[in-house]
Write a protein that binds this ligand. Structure first.
Ligand code: UDP
Length: 322
């Protein structure tokens, strides 16, 4: 197949490109390098089945050419990262809503075989009733529109609505994937992501910046596991018109994560507790806990993540050390 990956030079997009090339597909990438990096594709950029363009998905004319030439689209391009969203509120909304609209509209016009829409666990918002794994059809609880963070969940929810509307009204075969915290080599900490930030801080013997009291939990999934699940869903007829959580059901507190990384890197770093307002903005709200229920994923494609947190950290620390 000829596949187009929007956001193909990003962290997840580039790993997806590696895997699709291995499977023998012809792969085209489009990325404006807002959070992506050309270095992410240095191992594949001369591959005979790869082409890439540095361009924004907001350029409809360029997107028309790319989408015309492919059989299917993995739409990963988006403004991502809590810090990035807070620092670039307008651009984030425009790219995440209009960009996705352009992709879906053109994919429909040219009758593409499939469109994978990358969404996020952020759409669940705050869990109000304690520690519990989110299910795809759960209610969503978002904070006030005065808090920039919630715009990300809102734009991505709109992407999901749009994709489902194209599926229902136009019969465009779409699959929506809600990615939980995905980590691994090539991820950058510039836009807020905790694992690359802690690893870099630890390796440089700088303080590990735990935000809040550190008792909040997250579950981390290795990027190769995520990529495998995305491809399996793209290959499944049954998955069309459906939404799937992709993540690791096992959680860890951020404080524990900091301690683990400190130990694994033999770091001299201290652990510094930073109030949220100092780390982000006044009134910032964090999710206390966020874990996926992956029963649906298991049922549809038999997926369970293979890489546990120790393995994930070993591999990622190794990458950063190099
Ligand atoms: N976090 C932290 N220190 C950092 C960056 C993030 O303690 O330097 C916390 C953040 O407040 C959140 C968790 O780590 O509770 C995960 O943050 P990330 O931005 O990686 O992803 P999120 O789950 O918030 O989208």
């Amino acid at each position: 197949m000829r596949v187009l990956i929007t956001g193909g030079m990003g962290f997840i997009g580039s790993h997806l490109a590696d895997e699709l090339l291995k499977k023998g597909h012809a792969v085209s990438l489009v990325d404006n390098l807002s959070t992506g990096n050309i270095d992410n594709i240095k191992n594949i950029k001369d591959h005979k089945n790869l082409s890439f363009k540095i361009e924004s998905i907001m350029n409809e004319k360029a997107m028309r050419t790319f989408i015309k030439k492919c059989d299917m689209v993995y739409h990963l391009a988006a403004a991502v990262g809590v810090k990035y969203i807070i620092d670039n509120p307008l651009e984030s909304i425009q790219v995440n809503v209009k960009g996705t609209e352009i992709v879906l509209e053109l994919a429909n016009e040219y009758g593409k075989k499939k469109v994978i829409i990358a969404s996020t666990s952020e759409v669940y918002g705050k869990n109000v009733d304690g520690v519990r794994a989110f299910k795809e059809n759960d209610d969503r609880v978002l904070g006030s529109t005065t808090i920039s963070r919630w715009s990300y969940a809102s734009t991505k929810s709109l992407d999901e609505f749009l994709a489902l509307a194209y599926y229902r009204e136009k019969k465009l075969p779409v699959v929506i994937v809600r990615l939980f915290n995905t980590v691994g080599p090539r991820q950058t900490g510039h836009y807020g992501m905790v694992v690359p930030r802690f690893i870099k801080q630890a390796l440089m013997n700088h303080p590990l910046t735990v935000y809040g009291d550190g008792k909040q939990t997250r579950s981390f999934t290795y990027v190769s596991d995520v990529v495998k699940a995305i491809i399996a869903l793209a290959e499944s007829r049954k998955a069309e018109g459906e939404i799937f959580n992709i993540g690791n059901p096992k959680g860890i507190t951020i404080e524990e994560l900091a301690k683990k990384i400190k130990k694994m890197t033999n770091s001299q770093s201290e652990i510094a507790y930073i109030p949220y307002e100092k780390a982000y903005e006044k009134g910032f709200e964090d999710m206390r806990h966020r874990m996926p229920n992956i029963d649906k994923l298991k049922h549809f494609i038999g997926f369970s993540p293979e890489t546990d947190i120790d393995d994930i950290l070993t591999k990622t620390i190794d990458y950063f050390e190099k």
